[in-house]
Design a protein around this ligand. Structure first.
Ligand code: UTP
Length: 304
């Protein structure tokens, strides 16, 4: 297997995306008791629509949502709403009408249920019959990149070259590594593409092999399903995707990572969610100028 994955694709490029969204979202309780965090609005679109949009822009128009108890409304979001469309048409609100239609046409949405939140690995395992014997992408449902960001496309291209596992990493301050999955890596000769030699969940700061943490985008070969089946519950009693990936890596599957250095919106907890909201709202043509002026006034005011 080439260490410098420049050659043309040797394997089929993934065409399906799996979005695990059956977790309990404890970092956002009590808001998530009845409303899935995936449906929290970032301005006027739910988080999940940004994620499905990211998949669709990378060529993944077949999106399987892994849902769970109390999460059916996530699937409803992608239904057609002729009543709402007719009302917008009657009002002449064509901009919003186009936005509603876009959300319905982004991708083909499928759903399957994870009956109990037994871990991310278990959630991905639920996708086996839908995905079949082909590579696929996993997009965690609480983080997304800016519109038009090439990360996922680059990961899909790289996976089509290697046939293995492709991950995405960000660099974090060393004090934070013990909260995340951390990778040990070697250079490949291509800037910001690394070969992964090890993965460890939540290491102590002094034992962390790097400050590169795994973020919520994965491109996986179908052999991951068998590895998940063989994986015993690990940290927190959950079936961990990391453990299944390490099993494949130890069996010789190549694992590469792309180091990501642009904006990543992390909407899985209140601070990151608010940052995403403010950042994206202030970029909007309609409300952005007024919001930015208000923010400036607000932070400079004595009330803060
Ligand atoms: P997290 O570990 O972030 O868990 O899961 P969570 O439930 O979303 O949130 P916290 O940490 O309790 O606040 C990462 C992703 O995997 C999904 C989650 O929905 C999230 O998209 N997941 C996790 C499942 O689908 N099933 C599980 O059993 C666990």
């Amino acid at each position: 297997m080439s260490e410098q994955p420049h050659h043309p694709s040797a394997h089929p490029r993934a065409v399906k995306a799996v979005v695990p969204a059956a977790g309990l979202a404890t970092r956002f309780l009590p808001a998530t008791k009845a409303v899935p965090k995936e449906l929290f609005p970032v301005v006027d679109k739910p988080v999940l629509e940004y994620i499905v949009g990211e998949a669709a822009s990378a060529g993944l128009k077949d999106v399987l949502l892994i849902t769970g108890k109390g999460k059916t409304s996530m699937v409803d979001h992608f239904d057609r709403r002729p009543d709402a469309e007719a009302r917008l048409e009657a009002k002449g609100d064509l901009v919003r009408l186009a936005a509603v239609r876009r959300s319905e046409e982004l991708a083909d949405i499928y759903a399957c249920r994870q009956h109990e939140p037994l871990g991310l690995g278990h959630a991905v395992g639920c996708a086996e019959s839908h995905v079949g014997n082909q590579p696929f992408a996993v997009l965690l449902a609480d983080e997304f990149t800016d519109e038009g960001d090439p990360l996922l496309s680059q990961m899909l291209d790289l996976q089509a070259q290697t046939g293995g596992i492709v991950l995405a990493f960000i660099e974090v301050p060393w004090e934070e590594v013990s909260r995340y999955g951390v990778a040990s890596v070697e250079p490949t000769g291509t800037e910001d593409v690394v070969r992964v030699t090890g993965l460890v969940e939540k290491p102590a700061r002094d034992e962390a092999p790097s400050n590169l943490i795994v973020v919520g985008r994965y491109v996986l070969p179908p052999t991951i399903f068998e590895a998940i089946r063989k994986t015993e519950p690990g940290a927190g009693g959950e079936i961990q995707l990391t453990d299944a990936m390490v099993r494949l890596m130890n069996e010789g599957t190549p694992v590469h990572g792309i180091i990501f250095r642009r904006i990543r919106h992390d909407t899985g907890q209140p601070l990151g969610y608010l940052q995403a909201l403010v950042r994206l709202a202030s970029q909007r043509e309609d409300i952005g100028p007024e919001l930015r002026a208000w923010l400036k006034e607000f932070v400079e005011s004595e009330l803060v």
